[in-house]
Design a protein around this ligand. Structure first.
Ligand code: ATP
Length: 235
Protein backbone atom coordinates (compact mmCIF):
# COMPACT_ATOMS: atom_id res chain seq x y z
CA UNK A 1 0.00 0.00 0.00
CA UNK A 2 2.77 2.44 -0.77
CA UNK A 3 2.31 5.68 -2.67
CA UNK A 4 5.06 6.45 -5.15
CA UNK A 5 5.06 9.82 -6.86
CA UNK A 6 7.79 10.36 -9.45
CA UNK A 7 8.69 13.52 -11.33
CA UNK A 8 5.23 15.03 -10.84
CA UNK A 9 4.44 18.21 -12.75
CA UNK A 10 1.33 20.35 -12.23
CA UNK A 11 0.85 23.44 -14.34
CA UNK A 12 -1.87 26.07 -14.65
CA UNK A 13 -1.14 27.66 -18.00
CA UNK A 14 2.34 29.05 -17.60
CA UNK A 15 2.44 28.67 -13.82
CA UNK A 16 4.34 25.54 -12.89
CA UNK A 17 2.90 24.85 -9.44
CA UNK A 18 4.65 21.48 -8.93
CA UNK A 19 7.99 20.79 -10.59
CA UNK A 20 9.47 17.33 -10.87
CA UNK A 21 8.31 16.27 -7.43
CA UNK A 22 9.27 12.83 -6.18
CA UNK A 23 7.78 11.57 -2.94
CA UNK A 24 6.76 8.31 -1.32
CA UNK A 25 4.56 7.21 1.53
CA UNK A 26 5.22 3.72 2.87
CA UNK A 27 2.50 1.69 4.58
CA UNK A 28 1.85 2.93 8.11
CA UNK A 29 3.84 6.13 7.74
CA UNK A 30 2.82 9.68 8.60
CA UNK A 31 4.51 11.84 6.00
CA UNK A 32 4.26 15.61 6.13
CA UNK A 33 4.66 18.11 3.30
CA UNK A 34 5.65 21.54 4.52
CA UNK A 35 5.96 24.82 2.70
CA UNK A 36 4.90 28.43 2.58
CA UNK A 37 1.76 29.75 0.90
CA UNK A 38 1.87 29.06 -2.81
CA UNK A 39 4.63 26.43 -2.55
CA UNK A 40 2.43 23.96 -4.40
CA UNK A 41 1.12 21.82 -1.55
CA UNK A 42 -2.55 21.98 -2.53
CA UNK A 43 -1.67 21.42 -6.19
CA UNK A 44 0.19 18.26 -5.19
CA UNK A 45 -2.80 16.93 -3.26
CA UNK A 46 -5.23 17.85 -6.04
CA UNK A 47 -3.07 15.91 -8.50
CA UNK A 48 -3.00 12.94 -6.14
CA UNK A 49 -6.76 13.17 -5.70
CA UNK A 50 -7.30 13.25 -9.45
CA UNK A 51 -8.83 16.73 -9.49
CA UNK A 52 -6.10 18.10 -11.76
CA UNK A 53 -4.36 16.23 -14.52
CA UNK A 54 -0.60 16.17 -14.09
CA UNK A 55 1.44 17.71 -16.89
CA UNK A 56 4.05 15.02 -16.29
CA UNK A 57 5.29 12.35 -13.95
CA UNK A 58 3.72 9.28 -12.44
CA UNK A 59 1.46 8.43 -9.49
CA UNK A 60 1.49 4.79 -8.43
CA UNK A 61 -0.46 3.46 -5.48
CA UNK A 62 -0.19 -0.10 -4.30
CA UNK A 63 1.35 -1.07 -7.61
CA UNK A 64 -1.42 0.53 -9.70
CA UNK A 65 -0.59 3.39 -12.03
CA UNK A 66 -3.23 6.03 -11.26
CA UNK A 67 -1.64 8.83 -13.27
CA UNK A 68 -4.25 8.98 -16.03
CA UNK A 69 -7.17 7.98 -13.82
CA UNK A 70 -9.90 10.20 -12.41
CA UNK A 71 -10.90 10.96 -8.84
CA UNK A 72 -13.23 7.97 -8.47
CA UNK A 73 -10.40 5.56 -9.29
CA UNK A 74 -8.27 7.16 -6.56
CA UNK A 75 -11.03 6.70 -3.99
CA UNK A 76 -11.52 3.09 -5.08
CA UNK A 77 -7.78 2.51 -4.81
CA UNK A 78 -7.99 3.61 -1.16
CA UNK A 79 -6.92 7.25 -1.25
CA UNK A 80 -9.13 9.79 0.54
CA UNK A 81 -8.64 13.55 0.83
CA UNK A 82 -9.64 15.82 3.68
CA UNK A 83 -9.62 19.02 1.65
CA UNK A 84 -8.38 22.45 2.56
CA UNK A 85 -11.10 24.47 4.24
CA UNK A 86 -12.91 21.19 5.06
CA UNK A 87 -15.42 21.65 2.19
CA UNK A 88 -18.28 20.08 4.04
CA UNK A 89 -21.81 20.48 2.70
CA UNK A 90 -23.25 23.04 5.11
CA UNK A 91 -26.82 22.80 3.89
CA UNK A 92 -26.85 19.05 4.42
CA UNK A 93 -27.12 17.27 7.75
CA UNK A 94 -24.16 15.80 9.57
CA UNK A 95 -25.44 12.35 8.68
CA UNK A 96 -25.83 13.16 4.99
CA UNK A 97 -22.29 14.52 4.93
CA UNK A 98 -20.97 11.25 6.32
CA UNK A 99 -22.98 9.23 3.80
CA UNK A 100 -21.38 11.30 1.01
CA UNK A 101 -18.04 9.84 2.00
CA UNK A 102 -19.30 6.41 1.03
CA UNK A 103 -20.95 7.30 -2.26
CA UNK A 104 -18.64 5.03 -4.26
CA UNK A 105 -19.03 2.05 -1.98
CA UNK A 106 -21.00 -0.82 -3.35
CA UNK A 107 -21.25 -2.82 -0.15
CA UNK A 108 -23.92 -2.95 2.52
CA UNK A 109 -21.70 -2.05 5.48
CA UNK A 110 -21.88 1.71 5.00
CA UNK A 111 -24.34 2.27 7.85
CA UNK A 112 -22.21 0.23 10.22
CA UNK A 113 -19.16 2.32 9.34
CA UNK A 114 -21.07 5.58 9.77
CA UNK A 115 -22.12 4.38 13.24
CA UNK A 116 -18.46 3.71 14.00
CA UNK A 117 -17.74 7.35 13.14
CA UNK A 118 -20.41 8.40 15.65
CA UNK A 119 -18.75 6.21 18.29
CA UNK A 120 -15.50 7.99 17.61
CA UNK A 121 -17.03 11.48 17.56
CA UNK A 122 -19.88 11.76 20.09
CA UNK A 123 -20.31 15.46 19.20
CA UNK A 124 -21.27 14.42 15.69
CA UNK A 125 -23.60 11.70 16.95
CA UNK A 126 -25.61 14.14 19.02
CA UNK A 127 -25.98 16.43 16.00
CA UNK A 128 -26.49 13.83 13.30
CA UNK A 129 -29.77 15.29 12.03
CA UNK A 130 -28.71 18.92 12.26
CA UNK A 131 -27.33 20.91 9.39
CA UNK A 132 -23.54 20.82 9.31
CA UNK A 133 -23.57 24.63 9.43
CA UNK A 134 -24.34 24.49 13.17
CA UNK A 135 -21.02 22.77 13.91
CA UNK A 136 -18.03 24.70 15.22
CA UNK A 137 -14.92 24.87 13.04
CA UNK A 138 -13.31 22.08 15.04
CA UNK A 139 -16.37 19.87 14.75
CA UNK A 140 -16.54 20.55 11.02
CA UNK A 141 -12.94 19.37 10.73
CA UNK A 142 -13.85 16.18 12.61
CA UNK A 143 -16.77 15.74 10.20
CA UNK A 144 -14.43 16.18 7.22
CA UNK A 145 -12.11 13.51 8.66
CA UNK A 146 -15.10 11.27 9.43
CA UNK A 147 -16.40 11.66 5.88
CA UNK A 148 -12.99 10.63 4.50
CA UNK A 149 -12.89 7.58 6.79
CA UNK A 150 -16.31 6.42 5.60
CA UNK A 151 -14.69 5.73 2.21
CA UNK A 152 -12.57 3.07 4.01
CA UNK A 153 -9.26 4.44 2.75
CA UNK A 154 -5.81 3.01 3.34
CA UNK A 155 -4.20 6.44 2.78
CA UNK A 156 -5.68 9.68 4.13
CA UNK A 157 -4.37 12.98 2.78
CA UNK A 158 -5.10 16.08 4.84
CA UNK A 159 -4.69 19.60 3.47
CA UNK A 160 -3.85 22.06 6.25
CA UNK A 161 -6.33 20.52 8.67
CA UNK A 162 -5.28 22.68 11.62
CA UNK A 163 -5.93 25.97 9.83
CA UNK A 164 -8.25 28.20 11.83
CA UNK A 165 -8.71 25.77 14.72
CA UNK A 166 -8.36 26.68 18.40
CA UNK A 167 -5.29 25.24 20.18
CA UNK A 168 -7.51 22.69 21.92
CA UNK A 169 -8.91 21.41 18.63
CA UNK A 170 -5.44 21.41 17.05
CA UNK A 171 -4.31 19.05 19.85
CA UNK A 172 -7.35 16.86 19.33
CA UNK A 173 -6.86 16.83 15.58
CA UNK A 174 -3.24 15.70 15.79
CA UNK A 175 -4.27 13.12 18.39
CA UNK A 176 -6.86 11.85 15.92
CA UNK A 177 -4.27 11.67 13.14
CA UNK A 178 -2.01 9.55 15.37
CA UNK A 179 -4.97 7.39 16.34
CA UNK A 180 -6.09 6.55 12.80
CA UNK A 181 -2.45 5.95 11.86
CA UNK A 182 -2.13 3.51 14.76
CA UNK A 183 -5.18 1.72 13.35
CA UNK A 184 -3.18 1.06 10.18
CA UNK A 185 -3.86 4.02 7.87
CA UNK A 186 -1.05 5.84 6.11
CA UNK A 187 -1.17 9.61 6.34
CA UNK A 188 0.00 12.37 4.01
CA UNK A 189 -0.25 15.59 5.97
CA UNK A 190 0.13 18.99 4.36
CA UNK A 191 0.62 21.62 7.03
CA UNK A 192 1.76 25.11 7.77
CA UNK A 193 1.86 24.24 11.45
CA UNK A 194 5.41 22.97 11.02
CA UNK A 195 6.02 22.32 14.68
CA UNK A 196 3.01 20.05 15.22
CA UNK A 197 3.44 18.37 11.84
CA UNK A 198 7.08 17.41 12.51
CA UNK A 199 6.18 16.21 16.00
CA UNK A 200 3.54 13.91 14.54
CA UNK A 201 5.16 12.73 11.30
CA UNK A 202 7.75 10.04 10.68
CA UNK A 203 9.21 11.79 7.61
CA UNK A 204 8.79 15.09 5.88
CA UNK A 205 9.34 17.01 2.66
CA UNK A 206 9.79 20.74 2.30
CA UNK A 207 8.37 22.32 -0.84
CA UNK A 208 9.58 25.61 -2.24
CA UNK A 209 8.21 26.94 -5.52
CA UNK A 210 6.89 23.52 -6.42
CA UNK A 211 10.15 21.67 -5.76
CA UNK A 212 11.31 19.49 -2.90
CA UNK A 213 14.21 21.32 -1.28
CA UNK A 214 14.60 19.16 1.83
CA UNK A 215 13.45 15.75 2.92
CA UNK A 216 14.17 13.29 5.66
CA UNK A 217 13.14 11.94 9.04
CA UNK A 218 10.94 14.38 10.93
CA UNK A 219 13.41 14.75 13.83
CA UNK A 220 16.17 15.65 11.44
CA UNK A 221 14.06 18.29 9.70
CA UNK A 222 12.98 19.69 13.06
CA UNK A 223 16.64 19.96 14.12
CA UNK A 224 17.73 21.60 10.87
CA UNK A 225 18.69 25.11 11.86
CA UNK A 226 17.99 26.79 8.53
CA UNK A 227 14.68 25.02 8.44
CA UNK A 228 13.85 26.33 11.89
CA UNK A 229 14.68 29.83 10.76
CA UNK A 230 12.61 29.54 7.59
CA UNK A 231 9.57 27.73 8.91
CA UNK A 232 9.38 26.93 12.58
CA UNK A 233 8.81 30.52 13.57
CA UNK A 234 5.71 30.57 11.43
CA UNK A 235 4.33 27.39 12.97
P1 ATP B 1 -1.65 27.58 0.00
O1 ATP B 1 -1.05 27.30 1.30
O2 ATP B 1 -1.92 29.05 -0.24
O3 ATP B 1 -2.82 26.71 -0.38
P2 ATP B 1 -0.03 25.91 -1.63
O4 ATP B 1 1.33 25.57 -1.16
O5 ATP B 1 -1.09 24.91 -1.42
O6 ATP B 1 -0.49 27.29 -1.05
P3 ATP B 1 -0.89 25.96 -4.35
O7 ATP B 1 -2.26 26.39 -3.97
O8 ATP B 1 -0.71 24.59 -4.85
O9 ATP B 1 0.13 26.21 -3.17
O10 ATP B 1 -0.34 26.98 -5.44
C1 ATP B 1 0.90 26.82 -6.12
C2 ATP B 1 1.00 27.87 -7.23
O11 ATP B 1 0.02 27.61 -8.22
C3 ATP B 1 0.78 29.29 -6.77
O12 ATP B 1 1.63 30.13 -7.51
C4 ATP B 1 -0.66 29.56 -7.13
O13 ATP B 1 -0.89 30.93 -7.37
C5 ATP B 1 -0.82 28.75 -8.39
N1 ATP B 1 -2.19 28.24 -8.55
C6 ATP B 1 -2.86 27.44 -7.70
N2 ATP B 1 -4.09 27.12 -8.17
C7 ATP B 1 -4.20 27.75 -9.38
C8 ATP B 1 -5.23 27.81 -10.38
N3 ATP B 1 -6.37 27.15 -10.24
N4 ATP B 1 -4.97 28.58 -11.47
C9 ATP B 1 -3.81 29.23 -11.63
N5 ATP B 1 -2.79 29.20 -10.73
C10 ATP B 1 -2.98 28.48 -9.62
Amino acid sequence: MSLEVTGLEVAYGRTRAVRGLTLRVEPGEIVTVLGANGAGKTSLLRALQGAVKPAGGQIVYNGHDLTGQGAAARVRAGIALVPEGRQIFVSMTVHENLLMGGYLRGDDKLNRDVEAIYDRFPNLASRRDMRASVLSGGEQQMLAVGRALVARPSLVMLDEPSLGLSPLFVERLFGLIREINAEGLSILLVEQNTHMALETATRGYVLELGQVTREGPAERLAADASMAEAYLGGG
